[in-house]
Design a protein around this ligand. Structure first.
Ligand code: AMP
Length: 455
């Protein structure tokens, strides 16, 4: 049980005030572990994903470190970019910046978000007024760098948020270019849901003796998320979905599909059936996506159909239910998807509609989360009208923000692939750079790279 308070973490009064106003009473485990490490100036590598409170875990100490530079001056020169937060998607960028702004509301620190898909010219004037905290997607940041609308030579703190996702989306070349432009003397923080070999390599390349912290992969193993699988023919899925959506516990639901086309079609079909549904995916404009999200958050739309890319990082308070209309082929996406519900200790339900063709992907998911999900045969009334099958040519949606060079390769060090288990509660200690993982590891052992020093 975590009994630390935000005040115990020695946060400044102006930040504590903002937290009280946000309704936060107690730090989450990742906050309790990360905030002291960052305040002490260490680099940090954190195994934590959305839903754990990771945004505040880096945003609060980062703001505190910048407080001495807070200035009420209107001169842009007094507001250089001092903290850079890189995130994989626009939605996450917007949400992270909203959080930063909320926590900084009683300070003179400024924040701004820049992302692709909107006219770059609209962002430039804001950048020119000067901001201390810049939240950006890598591709758009490079555009600004090329146009010389942003300078990064005073960055003191760099955050890579959802680093695994950024690599999956092919951002490695962009990250390398950006990292090369930052001052060497800086603090680097990395948050990632998984630690693949690629992530490990990235951390070796750009971090300095990072302290490792990890929090339970709560979304995969959380007791507060009830996971359920309905075994159903692909052609019966629509009918089953409609049946579930008529249930009392389906007041606000995100439905995941693999393709943009299925998302659109499903939304239209449900609308015709009188369900207030909307779709978000990469073919919608940024404005349309924001509007759909706002309507959903305000409860005007009950069902939001989303692809993985569009839903990445979505933060909807108290979302009670997630439905996988199609299960993802990458098992980790399942964890990200169901992590939209059951946040900050609330309870949630994650239902997956699994056709016979998808059962092998389900097996991968169960292996990853080390849990056998309860399965039921779908009970559907007979003579139901069946919607047509999805055309074969549909492809899962990929981000268009940046070229994806190759599909992610299987990881070779199985330790880095396994789901998080609650970590040792001892305080985290810095780890040595360039140490190799121990060659043979008993099940619960931490590899040498992350080995804690005996205290
Ligand atoms: P994140 O993992 O940063 O996406 O946060 C997930 C959700 O938890 C967001 O809605 C946050 O506003 C909320 N949250 C973060 N920290 C706390 C806290 N200490 N107490 C209550 N809610 C929190």
């Amino acid at each position: 049980m975590n009994t630390v308070s935000f005040a115990d973490l020695k946060l400044a009064p102006e930040l504590l005030r903002a937290l009280t106003e946000s309704g936060y009473t107690t730090p989450t485990p990742v906050q309790a572990q990360a905030i002291p490490v960052v305040l002490e100036g260490h680099d940090l590598m954190a195994g934590a994903q959305t839903g754990t409170g990771k945004t505040a875990a880096f945003a609060l100490p980062l703001l505190q470190k910048l407080l001495p530079h807070a200035s009420s001056s209107t001169s842009p020169a007094r507001h250089p970019v001092r903290a850079l937060i890189l995130v994989p998607t626009r939605e996450l960028a917007v949400q992270v910046e909203e959080s930063v702004r909320a926590y900084a509301k009683h300070t003179n620190l400024r924040s701004l978000v820049v992302y692709g898909g909107v006219d770059i010219k609209t962002q430039t004037p804001h950048l020119k007024t000067g901001v201390e905290v810049l939240v950006a997607t890598p591709g758009r940041l490079l555009d600004h760098i090329e146009q010389k609308t942003v300078l990064l030579n005073q960055v003191q703190v760099l955050v890579l948020d959802e680093a695994d996702r950024m690599l999956d989306m092919g951002f490695m070349p962009a990250l390398k270019r950006i990292l090369a432009l930052l001052p060497r003397q800086r603090q680097s923080l990395m948050f990632s849901a998984t630690f693949s070999n690629e992530i490990k390599k990235l951390s070796e390349d750009f971090m300095n003796y990072p302290t490792l912290i990890e929090v339970a992969r709560s979304n995969a193993s959380a007791e507060n998320i009830t996971q359920k699988v309905y075994l159903v023919q692909q052609s019966d899925k629509h009918q089953l979905l409609a049946q579930i959506l008529r249930g009392d516990d389906a007041k606000q639901v995100i439905v995941f599909t693999k393709t943009k086309l299925t998302a659109s079609r499903l939304a239209k079909q449900l609308q015709r059936e009188g369900v207030s549904a909307d779709a978000i995916h990469g073919d919608k404009t940024q404005l349309e996506r924001m509007q759909a999200l706002d309507a959903f958050k305000q409860g005007k739309v009950a069902v939001l159909i989303a692809t993985d890319v569009a839903a990445r990082g979505l933060d909807i308070d108290h979302l009670p239910m997630v439905i996988n209309y199609e299960i993802p082929h990458a098992a980790e996406d399942y964890v990200h998807r169901i992590g939209r519900t059951g946040r900050a200790g609330a309870s949630g339900t994650a239902i997956s509609l699994v056709s016979p063709e998808e059962e092998r992907y389900l097996a991968d998911i169960e292996k990853l989360i080390k849990t056998e999900i309860k399965k039921e045969k779908a009970a559907l009334p007979e003579h139901a009208a069946r919607p047509p099958r999805a055309p074969r040519a549909e492809q899962p949606e990929r981000s268009h923000e940046y070229h994806r060079p190759a599909p992610s390769k299987p990881h070779h060090d199985p330790w880095f692939d396994k789901p998080y288990v609650p970590s040792i509660s001892a305080p985290a200690v810095p780890v040595k750079k360039h140490e190799e993982p121990a060659p043979v590891k008993p099940k619960a052992q931490i590899p040498a790279l992350f080995m804690r020093k005996p205290s």
